[in-house]
Ligand binder design. Structure first.
Ligand code: SAM
Length: 249
């Protein structure tokens, strides 16, 4: 998978060199290219923002550098990319969307600063659905100072789904929100050795070696935790995802 990120703070993306994503890059599983938006400015001060039409506080990112940057990145590759524009006013970033993005060969991220990017940039690329897709995406109902942290979040969520990135390909199957049985559930608690720590024992069933009982216990814990922390997930869930024993919980 190829990932291009256009930003005015390339250093902000340094964490993409460490841990899981860094290793995936080193192994050639993902090709990450970070671009400084200011290289597509032509004035002495490398200006990327200007005052908003209609007045009001804050600045807006100018369309010219963004247009040149995105054209240049698009010209440098082949295939049909998805341009991901982080914005609090976008569609929610979910595990389902991460799974969808993980199937794409090429993602281009356009994280903004200030009050966001001049709307015409999004319209310009959104008007080319035959060759690319534009997705405006929010990572949550709060406002950050810029889109770089959302890019780090999205890249990590997508990268760990790519074949070969996680040591055990099965390990995201039981994650909270994973498509399938966990789609509307949060994962329950996990334990490791020692069997007793500060007088607290690991639940008996996990030491039983009985796979059926362990699976049932994990499912019950996931249901209980979801009802406690995110009841709306269970209330809005497709009844098909529940089995007979779930209904009794
Ligand atoms: N005035 C904008 C609004 O209320 O929607 C907020 C702009 S915010 C200060 C600057 C940039 O940070 C946004 O354009 C976006 O790139 C990024 N950003 C902030 N919060 C975000 C969120 N929850 N999800 C995705 N991106 C976000």
């Amino acid at each position: 998978m190829r990932l291009d990120i256009v930003t005015i703070f390339p250093d902000y993306l340094e964490p993409l060199n460490v841990s899981l994503v860094g290793k995936a890059r080193a192994r050639g599983l993902i090709d990450v290219r970070v671009h400084d938006l200011r290289q597509w400015t032509h004035d002495r001060h490398h200006t990327v923002d200007d005052t908003p039409y209609g007045g009001g506080p804050g600045m807006v990112m100018k369309p010219d550098p963004w247009g040149e940057a995105l054209d240049s990145v698009l010209d440098s590759g082949q295939g049909e990319p998805v341009i991901v524009v982080p914005t609090p006013s976008g569609r929610p970033f979910t595990q389902e969307l991460a799974v969808r993005l993980a199937e794409k060969p090429w993602l281009i991220f356009a994280p903004a600063r200030y009050e966001g990017i001049d709307r015409r940039v999004i319209e310009e690329y959104d008007a080319r659905p035959d060759v690319l897709e534009v997705l405006e995406v929010s990572i949550g109902d709060y406002v950050l100072a810029g889109g770089e942290a959302p890019v780090l979040v999205m890249v990590e969520a997508v990268a760990r789904l790519l074949p070969g990135v996680l040591g055990n390909a099965e390990s995201h199957r039981d994650d909270s929100f994973a498509p399938g049985a966990m789609a509307q559930l949060l994962e329950g608690p996990v334990y490791t050795k020692p069997p007793e720590w500060r007088g607290r024992a690991v639940p008996e069933v996990l030491l039983s070696g009985h796979h059926g009982k362990v699976a049932r216990w994990r499912r019950d814990e996931a249901l209980a935790r979801t009802s406690r922390h995110r009841p709306e997930l269970i209330e809005g869930a497709d009844p098909e995802i529940f089995d007979k024993q779930d209904r009794a919980v």
